[in-house]
Design a protein around this ligand. Structure first.
Ligand SMILES: Nc1ncnc2c1ncn2[C@@H]1O[C@H](COP(=O)(O)OP(=O)(O)OP(=O)(O)O)[C@@H](O)[C@H]1O
Ligand SMILES: [Mg+2]
Length: 383
């Protein structure tokens, strides 16, 4: 769309109606845009805050086409979608960003690795698994990853010893050296249609070891200026290599030897960028919308240090969610509570998040940990 486009009635289509689509939709509504989402679940989080909900699967080519036809610009909150019809529509001049070609490449973690490798981006050693013996090619321990469909640690398997080969995932996969990780870092990078690039601060992700889900995000990361500079350079180079338009969550490993390696790239707002809603001049969600609608990118300035904690469904429960401890939690100063509006909880499901600001990041962390202790999402049924 060109600069004379009338933004007062822009129709934005979002593929996916989870929490990322929800906050994206809220930011789009702030800018007065009309939002249609495509998601298979009635009353999903984004449906609660958008103008229109096309109920359909991400592999339903008719519904995908309907969304694109009805929208001035279509974007994504998730990458696991059928790109066939989207590529056709894109080739016929429809505005779809990031392009379905970029989405298709990122969907396949192995192809993604190959491209980054080809472009000289530092990544862990990896190898395609064509036959069973390939799983042992790096010795043990080793990481096995499925090529397609993995998220939140599903599709990542650590094989510690040879006997663990029994536990190997029986789908198309590749192996990766087990990196000796000092810190897991992430950077949100925005790139708009004109190729303008802006980076958010480098953040540190802490993981819940039981489930491999990113649990806590510290913004900014406690790293040296040198590591920060190197991380930003690598993240920008990665997004340039993809030539994508939108927001990209670049996940990095800082190794014990002080090396920076790219783990993977998400072509959409990322969990590690939730803090930007309260802590940055422009949130990652608004930034995505600016990028895909050919508007200038906003400032990525960090206004305050922040800590973000995912609020996961409590273990041992499922069903209709009940929020325990909300009153005591909201007594904590500079705390912002997000509940996604999912109508069903189960153990470790991402149900919401909190962001805590403080001039002193250690104090922000203290307050966030206190909230984590108090706030529980339990389901109506014990399991
Ligand atoms: N090569 C590796 N060496 C050591 N640890 C690794 C390696 N690859 C992945 N991990 C660990 O597993 C986690 C999940 O891996 P990855 O990001 O590839 O999977 P995912 O399913 O896409 O997860 P998410 O959706 O949370 O990003 C990483 O954040 C890291 O903690
Ligand atoms: Mg990951």
């Amino acid at each position: 769309m060109d600069k004379n486009f009338n933004y007062s009635n822009l129709k934005l289509g979002i593929i996916g109606g989870g929490q990322l689509g929800k906050i994206m939709s809220q930011k789009a509504k702030k800018m007065g845009f009309h939002v249609t989402i495509l998601d298979p679940t009635f009353n999903c989080p984004a449906a609660q805050v958008s103008d229109k909900h096309i109920i359909g699967d991400f592999h339903d080519s008719k519904k995908l086409e309907q969304l694109v036809q009805e929208s001035d610009v279509t974007t994504f909150e998730l990458e696991h979608v059928d790109t066939t019809v989207l590529k056709e529509l894109y080739d016929n001049g429809h505005n779809i960003h990031p392009s379905p070609y970029v989405i298709e490449l990122i969907q396949n973690k192995y192809e993604q690795k190959k491209l980054l490798d080809k472009k000289g981006i530092p990544i862990p050693a990896y190898k395609n698994v064509k036959k069973d013996e390939d799983l042992s090619a790096f010795g043990f321990p080793v990481i096995q990853k499925v090529k397609l469909g993995g998220y939140d640690g599903k599709g990542v398997q650590i094989l510690r010893i040879e006997a663990d080969l029994d536990k190997a995932l029986p789908t198309e996969s590749f192996i990766e050296e087990l990196v000796d990780i000092d810190k897991e870092l992430a950077i949100i990078v925005a790139r708009n249609i004109e190729g303008e690039i802006k980076c958010y601060p480098v953040v540190e992700m802490l993981f819940d070891e039981r489930i491999n889900i990113c649990d806590i995000v510290l913004a900014p990361a406690n790293i040296s200026k040198e590591i920060e500079k190197k991380s930003i350079e690598i993240a920008i180079a990665s997004v340039k290599a993809l030539e994508g338009v939108g927001i990209f969550g670049v996940e990095l490993f800082l190794t014990s030897q002080g090396e920076i390696l790219v783990n993977e790239i998400a072509p959409r707002p990322h969990n590690s960028g939730h803090y930007t809603v309260e802590a940055c001049a422009t949130s990652q969600f608004e930034q995505m919308i600016r990028a895909v609608t050919n508007l200038p990118l906003g400032s990525t300035k960090l206004i305050s240090p922040a800590v973000m904690i995912n609020v996961l469904g409590e273990e041992g429960y499922e069903g209709e969610p009940f929020i325990h401890g909300i009153h005591d939690t909201l007594e904590i100063p500079e705390l912002s509570f997000h509940f996604y509006g999912k109508t069903f909880t189960k153990p470790f499901r991402k149900m919401g998040h909190i962001t805590v600001l403080d001039d002193d990041i250690n104090k922000a962390l203290e307050k966030a940990m206190k909230a984590k202790d108090i706030l529980k999402i339990k389901g109506s049924k014990k399991i």
